[in-house]
Design a binder for this molecule. Sequence first.
Ligand SMILES: NC(=O)c1ccc[n+]([C@@H]2O[C@H](COP(=O)([O-])OP(=O)(O)OC[C@H]3O[C@@H](n4cnc5c(N)ncnc54)[C@H](O)[C@@H]3O)[C@@H](O)[C@H]2O)c1
Length: 264
Amino acid sequence: MSLRYHNKVAVVTGGSKGIGRGIVKVFVENGAKVVFCARGGAAGEALEAELNKAGPGSCTFVSCDISKEEDIKRLISVTVERHGHIDCLVNNAGWHPPHKPTDDTTAEEFRDLLNLNLVSYFLASKFALPHLRQRQGNIINVSSLVGTIGQRDAAPYVATKGAIISMTKAMAVDESRFNVRVNCISPGNVMTPLWEELAGQTPDAAAAIKAGENAQLMGRMGTEAECGLAALYLAADATFCTGIDLLLSGGAELNYGFKSQIPS
Ligand SMILES: NC(=O)c1ccc[n+]([C@@H]2O[C@H](COP(=O)([O-])OP(=O)(O)OC[C@H]3O[C@@H](n4cnc5c(N)ncnc54)[C@H](O)[C@@H]3O)[C@@H](O)[C@H]2O)c1
């Protein structure tokens, strides 16, 4: 099988588990040199060792908190020091807080989530862009389907994800003169540690997971690997796409959201 991202240098935020892990893995399998970050140490280091053993690409784990501007700056500079350039930035690290109504949500909670989910994407893009412009590279922002269709008791999260889609389009406009493409991916439900954690906060985790599966027309959740392949498509193959929002939703938004009662 030919390698679709051979020797390309990619930065992935939040790559130690979940969707980010899927992206790091698919990129390494396709020959890329990936630098990925997460806040903790152990999971990132274990993944780094596993993927470097498997190859054919390689990866480097950097411990970094993307809610901190200096950490983001360091992630980009470490990548350039190590590999000399950057072809692709994947902004993925983010968090979905437990569901709660607007009445119970403080301004501080909203501001903190904006900083973590949105400002971090802006800053990583800002620091990576001088390098991406030299390589006619690309940015991939992981948003969410709920940024377009909404979600109950999650106004701050939905706001951050909608803003990511808008920011993607704005940056695609600005960067087109440098031939830098900026796109986003909007997953529906994907089984990850974050999803498991949210299900665990409900009275019946198994029922929550079942409902999460049934939210897709395809009757299942997406996988980390499918997210990795979607990101690889945008990075390696989608050379005429910029400013797009690639829905990775198993058809969750179709038929006005009704998943059954389709007359045959
Ligand atoms: N899982 C889903 O169903 C789903 C659906 C739509 C969108 N998303 C989005 O996909 C992205 C990844 O979600 P996931 O489900 O894989 O989450 P996850 O919690 O399973 O993994 C998140 C990753 O980000 C890292 N991370 C979290 N906070 C960080 C910080 N401050 N600094 C550095 N790294 C940090 C974690 O260490 C981990 O590697 C998020 O932006 C999320 O909003 C997820």
